[in-house]
Design a protein around this ligand. Sequence first.
Ligand code: CTP
Length: 397
Amino acid sequence: MLKGKNVLLGVTGSISAYKIANLASALVKLHAHVDVILTRNGAEFITPVTFETLTKNRCLTDTFDRSDVSEVKHIAVAERADVMLIAPASANCIAKLAHGIADDMLSTTFLAVKAPVLAAPAMNVNMFHNPAVQDNLKILESRGVTVIPPDSGMLACGAVGDGKLPSEQTLLDYILREIAKPKDMAGKKVLVTAGPTRESLDPVRFITNHSTGKMGYAVARQAMLRGADVTLVSGPVTIAPPPFVKVVNVQSAQEMFEAVAARFEGMDAVIMTAAVADYTPAETKTEKIKKSGDGADLALSLKRTTDILQWLGAHKKDGQRVCGFSMETENVLENSRAKLQKKNADMIAANSLKDTGSGFGTDTNHLTLITQSGVTDLPLLSKEQAADRLLDELNKL
Ligand code: CTP
């Protein structure tokens, strides 16, 4: 995922420096080239050998390094960086960066970096909230540095509050958002629906389906990585939401409809991956008992849910794109083409429930993308890759 990308990590003196070893390792596994600059205080907590073993690159410290006279080291790493992350960033380091002080390898290199810079402060809660630190962070933000807010919790000093270095995964998410993909969807507003809906029969029971939300969550994540402003309207699922995406949790088809309709204006595209229940009880079991008395025939009558995709197709304005999914057991193309017309959609992504590796709960999908102008049959792909191809086609419309 990060082949050909250069990540520059700056590590300062904090007990949380150990987390950066895991982060460096994760980046290497994603095929990034990783350079690490360790300050003198950072080296009290973690050794250069740790980073050199993990990254296979020399870890830059504040000693004079005569191993390669062919390049000026701090300028070379600054120039090749696609992103720089300073984590943990100590109060002292933040102050130096905010005021242009260049008295060590990290602060000197920072001044030469043209790529986006991320800084993750980590320190004692009172230090973090000290106006000097807060003002310095504001200076950095005003110059385009992204400050990653610290987590709250039990700190190494025993105090409880803001100041914890976020998890390795969170730091990685910030890096991925910066460099994983070209930002060809920057400025686009995209709404994705995902998961099943849940139609209550009574306070205990409900009707639902097998959707896990994986496909929709992958679409939301890929669109976010491509720079889109993404809102995810999700039915009940057990997977973690993608980072940097606004999540609206709903239960029933009616709630999903209301959440989508309320946000439709201003969206450039809506992608309905949700397996919306077609039917919901016309009245709940409790209502039926109240009306008919206990012991009466409790067979519930059903009513159709609002067809959200059809509503979107009927209400879309010029420039808005609407994409639906269709899960078929047979006549995939024919049925999906009919849905494209009936629901006035711009694209239907069809998958056959008979295909192995496709459908609910799998990590792969075989999609056929149907538009007014043609059919694109994709191979069996991971749901992330399939989501990317779907977005490619939707962007072309
Ligand atoms: N859909 C919707 N609202 C509904 C039902 C479905 O928006 N009440 C959307 C789904 O999210 C999907 C598309 O319509 O994007 C097609 O869903 P599907 O269940 O395959 O089609 P239906 O129109 O429900 O027809 P059928 O169940 O008969 O195949």
